[in-house]
Design a protein around this ligand. Structure first.
Ligand code: ZN
Ligand code: ZN
Length: 236
């Protein structure tokens, strides 16, 4: 298995990551990726960059050799309706939007509240990726989530960092297994993201590959396997 794409990476602009934009890009090249994206945290994450950061992507290269480069944003969902802390015109300026639940921005809810939260976020036409729906601190109804993602044409993320033993998320492997099984049942598209906060992690999906192979997850449901599938998650 070989992922061509990693759209979930952070740089020093996020405030708690340790590499630069260029270090991430060069690391992606070394790993042989064909598309890389930086997805800094939106404004409600303590210590992250301000709105202006997302207005100036025009100065950055869009391609290096045969690798495409994208600039997105990881939005914080801040209420149980699924509202995100990104508004126009940033919504239309960035290449893609990942929406995620994060402890500093959204209180832990019940399974019903968390599921409603993500269903609400997916109804936002700009949200095409739900980040790390794999954290037992935010329990989810995976049957309902995956069916809704298929209906809304939103990709659910398989987050490699959630499988790391030091991850702050809880029971990542168990949640991911349940998530992926329901994705198979409901024909839901997934996208692998490393969620790297240091450049060496960019494009490293070793833990994700293991679980996908174990479950014999259908390759045609993985965005990362084919560059043409990027249109599923990029801003129109
Ligand atoms: Zn996140
Ligand atoms: Zn992230």
């Amino acid at each position: 298995m070989k992922s061509l794409i990693d759209l979930h990476t952070h740089t020093i602009a996020s405030g708690h990551a340790y590499s630069t934009w260029n270090e991430n890009v060069q690391a992606a090249r070394k790993k042989g990726l064909k598309a890389v994206g930086m997805s800094e945290h939106a404004k409600m994450m303590p210590g992250t960059c301000g709105d202006l950061y997302f207005y100036n992507f025009k100065v950055l290269p869009k391609q290096i050799e045969d690798m495409q480069i994208y600039n997105g944003i990881e939005a914080n969902i801040y209420d149980y309706k699924g509202s995100i802390d990104v508004e126009e015109p940033i919504l239309t300026k960035v290449d893609y939007i990942i929406a995620s639940m994060h402890i500093p921005c959204l209180p832990k809810g019940t399974i019903r509240q968390n599921t409603e939260t993500l269903l609400g976020a997916m109804r936002n036409p700009y949200v095409k990726i739900i980040g790390h729906p794999d954290d037992a601190r935010y329990p989810l109804d995976y049957e309902e989530l995956t069916a809704a993602a298929t209906a809304e044409k939103v990709a659910l993320e398989l987050n490699n960092s959630s499988l790391h033993p030091l991850s702050a998320r809880v029971d990542g492997a168990k949640c991911i297994r349940e998530l992926l099984e329901k994705c198979i049942d409901n024909h839901t598209m997934i996208i692998m993201g490393t969620d790297s906060h240091y450049c060496e992690q960019v494009g490293d999906f070793a833990e994700s590959y293991k679980i996908l192979e174990e479950l014999q997850f259908p390759q045609e449901q993985i965005i990362n396997m084919d560059l043409s599938r990027l249109s599923y998650v990029l801003n129109k």
